[in-house]
Design a protein around this ligand. Structure first.
Ligand SMILES: NC(=O)C1=CN([C@@H]2O[C@H](COP(=O)(O)OP(=O)(O)OC[C@H]3O[C@@H](n4cnc5c(N)ncnc54)[C@H](OP(=O)(O)O)[C@@H]3O)[C@@H](O)[C@H]2O)C=CC1
Ligand SMILES: O=C(CO)COP(=O)(O)O
Length: 319
C-alpha cells in the first residue's frame, strides 16, 4: 500500500494569541508543520507587537472575554495588508451578541477572517491523536491558505464557505454539552442522551438558520461533529459543568475548580436573551439557562422537557 504524503508545506509565520489549552495545542500543531510560530499571552515576555510583526497568519485562541481586549490591543499596531486573521474562539459577546469573527472583521475590514472550529478536544490533540477540523471563510483563498498551513497527518483540515454556520456550530453546542453532562450526571441512560443530543442539534439548526447560517453546515464537523465530541467526553469543560451540577454542586464551586474556560455558561445567557427577543423556541437551552441560574434542579429541568406539548418530529427544527 502506498501512503500518500500531504503536499509539501510552505513555511509561514504564524502568531497565536492566547496560550491557554487551545492556543498551546494549535501552536504545537503549527510548529510541527515547520512554521515559525509565536505564542502570545498576557504573561508573555515578548510584546504583542513583536509577536505579530510580519505574521502571515494571526490565529486567536483567546476565550470570549479576551476577544475585544485583544482586538483593541492589535488595532493600533501595523498589520501587513495580506495578513490572514483566524479565530478559534467559541462564544458570543455578552454586550453586543456578536460572534468572535464578526468582532475581528469589524475591526479589520480589509483583512480576510477565517473561522476554525471542529471536534477538537485539546487534550487529545496534545496527545497526538488524529482529529479533523474546518476552516471557513467568505474568502475561499484565505481558507485554502490556512488549510494548507495547518493540515497534517494528525490534523485533517477541511474548508467551508459558511463561516457563520461553522462558528455557531462550535459555539451553540457548548450549551447542549452542559445538558448532556447533566444527563450523564443524573444517570438517565443512553436513550435519554441520544434524544437530548438529537433534539439539541435540531435546536442549534433552528437558531443558526434563523441567524443566517446554512442548515448543511450543522451536519458537518463543526456542528454534529463537535456536538458528539463534547457531549460524550469528560474532557469537555462544558460537559463537566453539567455533570457536576447534576451531582448537586453549585455553579460557582464548579467553575472555581474547572481547568480552563466553559464558554457555554456565558453563551447560554446571550442565547436566551436573543431567543426571547426573536421568539425562537430553544427548550433545551432554556432549561440549561434555568439550571445555571439556580432556578431549577437538574431533575426538574428533565421533567420540564418531558412534559412539553407533543409534536411531529420532521421539520421541527423550524419551530
Ligand atoms: N480547549 C479546547 O479543547 C478547545 C477550546 N476552544 C475554544 O478556544 C477558546 C480558548 O479555550 P481554552 O484555550 O481552552 O481556554 P483557556 O481558559 O485555557 O485559555 C483562555 C485564554 O484566553 C486568554 N484570555 C482571556 N481573557 C483575556 C484577555 N482579557 N486578554 C487577553 N487574553 C485573554 C487567556 O489568557 P491568560 O492566560 O493571560 O489568562 C488564555 O490564554 C474558547 O473559546 C474555547 O471554547 C476551541 C476548541 C477546543
Ligand atoms: O470545543 C471543544 C472541543 O471541540 C472543547 O470543549 P470544552 O470547551 O467544553 O472543553
Amino acid at each position: 500500500m502506498t501512503i500518500q504524503n500531504p503536499k509539501p508545506k510552505i513555511e509561514a509565520t504564524i502568531a497565536i494569541l492566547g496560550a491557554g489549552a487551545w492556543g498551546t495545542a494549535l501552536a504545537n500543531l503549527a510548529a510541527a508543520n515547520g512554521h515559525q510560530v509565536g505564542l502570545w499571552s498576557r504573561e508573555s515576555s515578548e510584546s504583542l507587537a513583536d509577536v505579530i510583526a510580519g505574521a502571515d497568519i494571526i490565529l486567536s485562541a483567546v476565550s470570549m472575554k479576551g476577544v475585544r481586549p485583544v482586538v483593541e490591543l492589535i488595532k493600533p499596531l501595523a498589520l501587513s495588508s495580506d495578513t490572514i486573521i483566524v479565530t478559534a474562539t467559541k462564544g458570543l459577546d455578552p454586550s453586543t451578541t456578536c460572534t468572535p469573527a464578526q468582532i475581528w472583521q469589524a475591526a479589520f475590514p480589509s483583512h480576510p477572517v477565517v473561522v476554525l472550529a471542529g471536534p477538537n478536544l485539546s487534550k487529545e490533540i496534545e496527545q497526538g491523536l488524529p482529529a479533523a477540523t474546518v476552516v471557513a471563510s467568505t474568502d475561499a483563498e484565505a481558507a485554502k491558505v490556512v488549510q494548507a498551513r495547518l493540515n497534517s497527518t494528525r490534523f485533517r483540515v477541511y474548508t467551508n464557505s459558511d463561516p457563520l454556520g461553522v462558528e455557531l456550530g462550535g459555539t451553540l453546542k457548548n450549551v447542549i454539552a452542559i445538558s448532556a453532562g447533566t444527563c450523564d450526571g443524573l444517570q438517565l441512560g443512553t436513550n435519554a442522551k441520544a434524544a437530548l443530543v438529537t433534539r439539541g442539534l435540531a435546536e442549534i439548526i433552528r437558531i443558526g438558520t434563523h441567524w443566517g447560517a446554512k442548515t448543511d453546515t450543522f451536519y458537518g464537523l463543526s456542528g454534529l461533529g463537535d456536538l458528539l465530541a463534547t457531549c460524550n467526553s469528560p474532557l469537555s469543560r462544558n460537559y463537566q459543568v453539567g455533570y457536576q451540577l447534576a451531582q448537586g454542586k453549585q455553579l460557582p464551586e464548579v467553575l472555581a475548580a474547572l481547568q480552563g474556560t466553559a464558554e457555554g455558561v456565558n453563551t447560554t445567557q446571550v442565547l436566551i436573551q436573543l431567543a426571547n427577543q426573536q421568539g425562537i423556541s430553544v427548550p433545551i437551552s432554556y432549561q440549561v439557562y434555568r439550571l445555571l441560574q439556580g432556578e431549577v434542579t437538574p431533575q426538574a429541568a428533565v421533567d420540564a422537557l418531558m412534559l412539553r406539548d407533543v409534536k411531529p418530529e420532521i421539520g421541527s427544527w423550524r419551530y
